[in-house]
Design a protein around this ligand. Structure first.
Ligand SMILES: Nc1ncnc2c1ncn2[C@@H]1O[C@H](COP(=O)(O)OP(=O)(O)OP(=O)(O)O)[C@@H](O)[C@H]1O
Ligand SMILES: [Mg+2]
Length: 239
């Protein structure tokens, strides 16, 4: 199995404010890897650093063996990396179709059409809503749209920041299932989640962050049954 992402000693933040400290993390091709940890521990910042939208300080970020630390987002997209942000991930006043088109503004029309069709294969629910504004979609449908839009660039590595946040349990389950199914299309998944159990249940491995650092990593199946991890990071700690 080859390594799609290999991060060692990564440090970075926002301008001069350092958030991430000496992070080591890897993802192999075909894996589903979940990052969990308390609010404000740096999960979103980590993903933003990988995707070139937070301030890189030092350390190594290798994508398929090539050093890409500090690279611009557009170059990372060209390499096959895509990102679905935690918030504001659709344009509410644009239609579903227009949102999808925004994901491929540099593509020729025939290729764009083909990509839209392909990205909707996993999200059939959106097909009947193509001309509706995104603001009229349910929370779960919006997440599906955000993920579909990320797929327009034809990635093989998808970074997802809390795709189930603020969704009803039914939608949470559906979204995680759809994301897992992307693996059958050759897409490797790195996901940041508050719904740790739901996501770990589908994952190969997990990382636990605290204060901008990795404090634990293991097989997802081990994390799910680790009593200490349960207490502190999965929200079952009793006072
Ligand atoms: N644009 C920014 N400028 C400065 N500091 C920021 C910025 N965005 C986030 N931070 C700070 O970086 C730290 C880590 O935030 P981050 O959003 O990465 O946490 P998180 O683990 O994703 O939290 P959550 O689970 O709430 O989404 C926090 O202290 C936060 O206040
Ligand atoms: Mg976050």
């Amino acid at each position: 199995m080859s390594r799609i992402l290999d991060v060692t000693g990564l440090e970075g933040g926002y301008g001069k404010v350092q958030i991430m400290n000496n992070v080591d993390l890897y993802v192999d091709e075909g894996e589903f890897v979940t990052v969990i940890g308390p609010n404000g521990c740096g999960k979103s910042t980590f993903i933003k650093l990988i995707f070139g939208i937070a301030t890189y300080y030092k350390g190594s970020v290798k994508h398929k063996g090539d050093e890409v630390s500090g690279w611009r987002t557009d170059s990372l997209v060209n390499r096959g990396i895509a990102y679905v942000p935690q918030v504001d991930n659709v344009f509410p006043s644009l239609s579903v179709r227009e949102n999808l088109e925004m994901g491929g503004i540099n593509l020729s029309l025939p290729i764009l059409e083909e990509r839209i069709t392909r990205s909707l294969e996993m999200f059939e629910d959106l097909k009947s809503r193509m001309n509706d504004v995104a603001a009229s979609l349910s929370g779960g449908q919006r997440q599906m749209l955000a993920i579909s839009r990320a797929l327009i660039s034809n990635p093989d590595f998808l970074l997802l920041d809390e795709p189930t946040a603020a969704l009803s349990p039914l939608y949470q389950q559906q979204i995680i299932e759809r994301i897992d199914a992307l693996r059958t299309k050759g897409i490797t998944v790195l996901i940041v989640e508050q719904n740790a159990r739901l996501s770990l249940a589908r994952s190969d491995r997990g990382y636990i962050f605290a204060n901008g650092q990795v404090v634990h990593t293991d097989k997802a199946s081990e994390i799910l049954v680790d009593p200490h991890i349960n207490e502190y990071f999965l929200g079952t700690k009793k006072d």
